[in-house]
Design a binder for this molecule. Structure first.
Ligand SMILES: Cc1cc2nc3c(=O)[nH]c(=O)nc-3n(C[C@H](O)[C@H](O)[C@H](O)COP(=O)(O)OP(=O)(O)OC[C@H]3O[C@@H](n4cnc5c(N)ncnc54)[C@H](O)[C@@H]3O)c2cc1C
Length: 414
């Protein structure tokens, strides 16, 4: 008789775990506390779901700042290329866009959930919606069942795929961390990641809504007594009422360590030009319009409001005639265009964060099976694990891959 695997959580990791547990020959029940599956999947990639990335393996590993090697076994079962093949086999055509980001060709995130849900239903998976797991039941160091809002259920193995703490309205309320803690696991402190950065500089709010392309954002800090570059990325950024957001600010928020307050940032508005070339450009513009006000020249370089902000930071009037600008003033403008200083005040909370950083200590999980080292028959997958990645489809890659390995191991172990 087939043994019974319970998968807890109907998100990316849980759906994939259920698929692999079924394929391993187990009888599978998927428990989801929401009234539908994949509530978070639905809002990923702005509703289009950037489900993985078509990059090569080395690039994939570089996009995972925390515990990438823990993922080796999971990726050898199902890596990003495997995820693409699997969804195409399930009848979901895909397309790759800028940065090798992979989306469903339909541009509908819901199609990703449907593809998996269709497969699960067609292969006999029992799906129980509006069913919240309240605790895990263990006897003699082995998992024997789960306590749910509809009563206790027995099983031979379970996959815990309850997600992290970000966007709690989607159902990710950190339940898995509590269940694991109760069983003796340690949880690496959780904090919002891939989230907006609050800055000390209140002038950012004046530029709220202004988005910039091809700028570079870097973070500086002290390491071993020396001032060092901690992070630098070029791309898009957005000013907000609290500071900065947009792709490169989100990535930076994930790269910061826990002592992020006070971290010095530099925003380079002209990363393609060095200071000398930029100075020469300013001189050319000055020569073209000597009798105009300085702001007219700034308007040729930057959006108007940003040009005003740069001049204000340099303490120069936007109305100053160009022919009276001193060399020192011009150099100050160049320095700012190449590095507006910003200071990290805080990070936006879990309500706005794309992911949770932290999670169950991976030393307590066997990477070759994703089984808990403390509780036999308990497997862990997805954002509950202390593994996270930058944007570009890499977090869903982690969820799908770890879900696949946890599901397969749980199905085979019984
Ligand atoms: C706005 C936004 C956009 C994103 N866009 C992308 C993107 O384009 N590409 C990318 O790679 N990543 C993206 N991410 C990150 C990605 O969505 C997550 O990393 C991924 O969904 C994690 O999958 P998971 O299965 O571990 O957890 P989740 O997707 O959070 O799923 C966990 C599931 O478990 C259920 N659950 C929780 N507790 C219980 C319980 N006690 N009983 C029963 N069920 C329970 C929850 O209701 C939920 O359905 C985005 C995240 C957000 C918030």
């Amino acid at each position: 008789m087939a043994k019974h695997v319970i998968v807890i959580g109907g998100g990316a990791a849980g759906l994939m775990a259920a698929r692999y547990a079924l394929n391993a020959g187990a009888e599978v029940t998927l428990l989801e506390k929401n009234e539908k599956l994949g509530k978070k999947l639905y809002i990923t990639g702005k509703g289009r779901c950037n489900l993985t990335n078509a990059c090569d393996f080395d690039a994939l590993m570089k996009q995972i700042p925390r515990n990438p090697r823990f993922m080796y076994s999971a990726f050898s079962l199902l890596d990003n290329q495997g995820i693409m093949r699997l969804f195409e086999e399930m009848g979901l055509p895909l397309k790759a866009e800028r940065g090798e980001r992979v989306f469903p060709a339909s541009d509908h995130a819901s199609d990703v959930t449907y593809a998996l849900e269709r497969y699960l239903r067609a292969n006999g998976c029992k799906i129980m919606l509006s069913t919240a797991v309240e605790a895990l039941i263990c006897e003699n160091g082995a998992l024997t069942g789960v306590k749910t809002s509809r009563g206790d259920m027995r099983c031979d193995a379970a996959v815990l795929a309850t997600g992290g703490l970000s966007y709690p309205s989607t159902g990710s309320t950190g339940d898995g961390y509590r269940f694991l803690k109760a069983l003796g696991h340690s949880i690496t402190p959780c904090r919002p990641a891939l989230t907006g950065i609050e800055t000390e500089e209140s002038w950012c709010a004046d530029l709220m809504g202004l988005s910039l392309k091809n700028v570079s954002l870097s973070a500086w800090g002290e390491k071993n007594g020396k001032r060092r570059l901690l992070f630098s990325e070029q791309g898009e950024m957005l000013f907000t009422h609290y500071g900065i957001s947009g792709p490169i600010a989100l990535s930076l928020s994930s790269a910061l360590d826990d002592k992020f307050r006070g971290t010095e940032l530099r925003l380079d508005l002209k990363p393609a030009l060095n200071e000398d070339t930029l100075d020469a450009r300013l001189l050319r513009e000055f020569a073209r319009m000597p009798n105009k006000q300085l702001i007219s020249c700034m308007d040729t370089l930057e959006p108007h409001a940003l040009g005003e902000a740069v001049l204000s930071l340099a303490d120069i009037s936007p109305y100053q005639p160009i022919n009276s600008v001193t060399q020192a003033q011009r150099k100050a403008i160049v320095r700012l265009l190449k590095g507006i200083p910003l200071t990290v005040k805080g990070l936006r909370g879990f309500d706005e964060a794309i992911i949770t950083r932290g999670g169950v200590n991976v030393k307590e999980i066997d990477p070759s099976t994703l089984e808990s080292r403390f509780v036999k028959g308990l497997y862990v997958a997805g954002e509950v694990l202390d593994v996270d990645a930058f944007t570009g489809g890499f977090n869903l890659t982690i969820a799908f891959s770890s879900g696949a390995l946890a599901g397969k191991s749980a199905g085979e172990s019984v």
